[in-house]
Design a protein around this ligand. Structure first.
Ligand SMILES: NC(=O)c1ccc[n+]([C@@H]2O[C@H](COP(=O)([O-])OP(=O)(O)OC[C@H]3O[C@@H](n4cnc5c(N)ncnc54)[C@H](OP(=O)(O)O)[C@@H]3O)[C@@H](O)[C@H]2O)c1
Length: 342
């Protein structure tokens, strides 16, 4: 039997581009169709991408305003459509970042929640049963909500595509959500981690999380030169390119011969440029990463339970404080910013 719900709920929408236009509205609780699930949202984690969506600058967003932002939820099943087979009432679930990418190659019909489809910053959402996975047993909802985008991106880059193994060295740029998942997953696999950061306090905190070396990216010595010195000239095995622009050139100078650079982020610039000749000799594998598919998220959930990985949450905000949560994200978070919904 399905739990009953109140007939109305609250959800955040942005009427036109700009965080100042975020507003909380009261709308009817949606009803699931045959293959759909009504989910009570317990927590939503925010991503750098969401800022672009609410400012109307995110290239992958296709929804006209007004839109509800947010792609990453943890919640529990309230009721299911008549033909749903994957979930039952009270199951704890995570949404998948991509609606419709189950496994294998990325399908052109896949869409992102909170940009190409309505987002999840709401008390209830209705999602197709294929767009959900079981939540990890070992995490609460706030922690679990960090996995669908930031966690999966790091997992896809290092494990699903990257063949990470013990003894390797991984470099991550900055101390945001993707970077710290990269740090934690690399450590869990027996790899060493170098972190670049512009903040003295954050550099101290990543050492506590197990980084073997930190680099101040604001000093005059370029960070790739510091990496070469630290690795005895060899370079590192994996790099998360999170900044874009000419920073990719530094990544190509810091990678070891045949190492792997994951093109992930655009914290600095959308375009990426690099000098060609050094890379002819370094022979890097350059892989684009677009978060990842549902099968990999299920693998990540199992791994999180197996190694008791605790995602790093910088701050949690109550549902009525979403604008403050976005301001914090814009200032630069250490790990993740989470909105507690229920
Ligand atoms: N392709 C994909 O699948 C995918 C998936 C997820 C995210 N992304 C992208 O990856 C990037 C990171 O996402 P995120 O959610 O982890 O971001 P985030 O949590 O907002 O990361 C912010 C942190 O990055 C560092 N940072 C900010 N600007 C920087 C700059 N110009 N140069 C170097 N470091 C800078 C700062 O760390 P310090 O203060 O320590 O320096 C800051 O605290 C974003 O561009 C996002 O859109 C892509």
């Amino acid at each position: 039997m399905n739990q009953s719900t109140n007939s109305t709920m609250k959800r955040w929408t942005v009427a036109r581009p700009g965080a100042q236009h975020l507003m909380l509205e009261q709308v009817p609780v949606p009803t699931p169709g045959e293959h759909e699930v009504l989910v009570r949202v317990d927590a939503v984690s925010l991503n750098y991408r969401d800022i672009g969506v609410i400012e109307g600058k995110e290239l992958s967003a296709e929804m006209p305003f007004p839109i509800t932002p947010g792609s990453d939820l943890a919640g529990h099943v309230v009721s299911t459509g008549s033909r749903v087979t994957r979930f039952r009432e009270a199951d704890t679930v995570l949404g998948t970042f991509w609606a419709g990418w189950i496994d294998g190659d990325w399908p052109a019909h896949a869409r992102v929640l909170g940009g190409s489809l309505p987002g999840v910053l709401a008390q209830y959402v209705v999602l197709h049963e294929d767009w959900l996975v079981r939540a990890p047993r070992s995490l609460d909802a706030a922690q679990a909500s960090t996995l669908p985008c930031a966690g999966l991106t790091a997992w896809f880059a290092l494990v699903e595509q990257g063949g990470l193994h013990a003894g390797q060295t991984v470099l991550v740029q900055g101390t945001g959500g993707v970077a710290l998942f990269g740090l934690q997953l690399a450590r869990a696999h027996g790899a060493q981690v170098i972190v670049t950061s512009g903040s003295e306090d954050k550099r101290r905190r990543v050492l506590e999380l197990g980084a073997s070396h930190v680099i101040d990216r604001t000093v005059d010595v370029p960070w790739d030169v510091q990496v070469r010195e630290y690795t005895g000239g060899r370079g590192v095995d994996h790099i998360f390119e999170l900044v874009g622009g000419e920073n990719l050139g530094a990544s190509l100078r810091a990678i070891r011969q045949g190492g792997r650079i994951s093109l992930i982020g655009v914290l600095g610039e959308y375009a990426m440029t690099f000098p060609s000749v050094p890379s002819f000799l370094t022979r890097p594998v350059i892989q684009g990463i677009g978060v990842g598919h549902r099968r990999a998220l299920e693998a990540l959930v199992r791994a999180v339970d197996a190694v008791a990985l605790q995602p790093v949450i910088d701050a949690s905000y109550d549902f009525d404080r979403v604008p403050e949560a976005f301001e914090h994200l814009k200032r630069g978070a250490f790990g993740k910013i989470v909105v507690k919904v229920s």
